[in-house]
Write a protein that binds this ligand. Structure first.
Ligand code: DQQ
Length: 511
């Protein structure tokens, strides 16, 4: 299979390439930075690139990674994200900004946060979160800067940086202008702790003030999320680890690769249960468990992998109707030279609604807002054997339901006669295989699709039942020459429903 599930090694192409070609950003800390004015030839190439997704949020060009600070404010959804405004490779992190009425159609706004020369975020505004404090949208994020080795908290093959937690407040209700505090609100990790990293703050409010989890790890002890407490978001007291992994004994150059550093902790309550997500080892783990709100201790009782494919660093928020919505970064899985040349890299997943079932299992489902993209449904009755249909374009939602006697199903995308993506579902052993990944299949509720696919050019978000997800990148699909093949074993039967989906912008630049 040409399909590959691979999460980009973010730091292997870190500063060197991004900063080499890029003059350091001389930007006031809270100015509106215009970007996105790429040369028209570049825009033309990007707009006509058949591999570029058409209904997933992406910057108009250049590099995107983690979702940052999703928030509902004054009737609109705001989503920020890690952006390199200068090139389609990781580096010189800014916060890009997009605004939406429905979480599907977006308007790009100017850069929200840019590194301040000479400031604690001079080398980048890393990931963080948004909350409303005293009626003012406020973001807490990680600033990185070069520093003396005693202050360095981010050590990996490419970087030696000091990470501090920074705060900025919105200066207007459109969240276009932000005022940064000049000094960090948390300037160093807990005294005496040999951390493997210190970033990606996640704040929440409780009866006695604000709490904050920071992604970290302790040498010899494993990855963890460090817990802080504050009354005003500006002065923080360290309490203890909110959750602690296990030592791995690894000497990996990047502690994230071995699980010794947890990135992007996300802690929240949903369906009456507490849930902690964190990203490490190129995966996103979910845990559900018990939170002792007096002692502020969290005990995970169940855990799993949130998405088995190209999906990383997710961040959730509470929508005004109470739904817990998760955004995640869909990295590229092709060589850097290819995506750098393409002029765009990274996409935002569709919004996923999270839940926790009675057994403590995390559930996820694409938000119903995505149904607004649907064209007329095409339904096909399936019987045992192979059935193929031609896709008129590469924007499709596909739902496969199978009758109880069906023992196995295979779903394939075929481009120019060759299989380019495949999911095998063994309904007897209750196992799914997709590329190199294998995962268990959940029991289905009556009439629940076995498989739901969202194909968008080179992105395929796939969901098996209510609990399993795998996001693939497939660069071998061809518009108008891609077919969908379903093979049902023996006496299998089922139904395939397919909806062509609309692009979210007329100019193919998701703007
Ligand atoms: N991406 C950010 C970090 C975070 C990582 C930097 C996860 O804040 O740890 O771009 O992808």
């Amino acid at each position: 299979m040409p399909q590959k599930h691979q999460v980009v090694d973010r730091r292997s192409f870190l500063s060197a390439c991004a900063r080499a070609g890029v003059a350091s950003a001389l930007m006031p800390s809270c100015s509106r930075v215009a970007w996105g004015q790429a040369a028209s030839s570049v825009v033309r190439d990007i707009a006509s690139d058949p591999l570029r997704p058409q209904y997933h949020l992406m910057p108009q060009h250049n590099w995107m990674n983690d979702p940052n600070g999703p928030i509902w404010w004054k009737g609109k959804y705001h989503l920020f994200y890690q952006l390199n405004p200068h090139a389609a490779v990781w580096g010189d992190m800014h916060w890009g900004h997009a605004v939406s009425a429905d979480m599907i159609h977006w308007r790009h706004e100017p850069v929200a946060l840019a590194p301040t020369p000479g400031g604690p975020d001079s080398e980048g505004c890393f990931s963080g979160s948004a909350v409303v404090y005293n009626g003012v949208p406020t973001v807490i994020y990680t600033g990185v800067q070069n520093a003396a080795s005693k202050d360095v908290t981010l050590h990996d093959a490419a970087d030696k940086l000091r990470e501090t937690q920074m705060l900025a407040t919105a200066a207007d209700d459109n969240l276009l202008r932000w005022n940064k505090l000049e000094t960090p609100v948390i300037a160093a990790p807990p005294a005496g702790m040999a951390v493997t990293g210190f970033r990606d703050p996640c704040p929440w409010q409780e009866a006695d003030g604000w709490y904050l989890a920071v992604g970290s790890g302790e040498r010899g002890k494993g990855g963890c999320a460090l817990l802080y407490h504050s009354q005003d978001l500006r002065h923080w007291e360290y309490l203890h680890p909110l959750a602690q992994g296990k030592p791995t004994g690894s000497n990996a150059a990047d502690p994230v690769d071995s699980g010794d550093m947890w990135e992007c902790p996300d802690f929240f309550e949903v369906d009456g249960r507490h849930c902690l997500l964190y990203s490490t080892e190129n995966k996103v783990y979910w845990t559900t468990g018990d939170y002792d709100a007096r002692e502020h201790r969290y005990t995970a009782t169940r855990q799993g992998v949130l998405d088995y494919g190209s999906y990383y660093a997710p961040k959730s928020f509470r929508a005004p109707d109470g739904r817990r919505i998760l955004w995640g970064w869909i990295p590229e899985a092709r060589p850097q030279a290819e995506y750098a040349a393409a002029g765009w890299a990274g996409a935002m997943s569709l919004p996923r609604v999270l839940g926790v079932d009675a057994e403590g299992q995390l559930t996820l489902k694409v938000a119903d807002e995505a149904k607004t993209l649907r064209g007329a449904a095409v339904r096909q009755r399936l019987k045992g054997g192979t059935q193929r249909s031609r896709l008129e374009h590469l924007r499709q939602e596909i739902a496969l339901r199978v009758a109880p006697q069906t023992k196995a199903a295979t779903v394939r995308l075929i481009a120019e006669g060759m299989p380019v993506w495949e999911m095998q579902l063994d309904l007897t052993a209750r196992i799914a295989r997709c590329g190199e990944r294998t995962f268990s299949l959940p029991a289905l509720k009556p009439d629940e699709p076995l498989l739901r696919l969202f194909l968008d050019a080179s992105v395929i978000e796939a969901f098996a039942g209510a609990t399993q997800a795998i996001t693939s990148r497939c660069y071998a699909v061809r518009p108008e020459r891609t077919e969908l093949e379903v093979v049902l074993a023996g006496d299998g039967a089922g139904e395939l429903t397919r909806w062509p989906l609309a692009a979210i912008s007329a100019d193919r630049l998701t703007s």
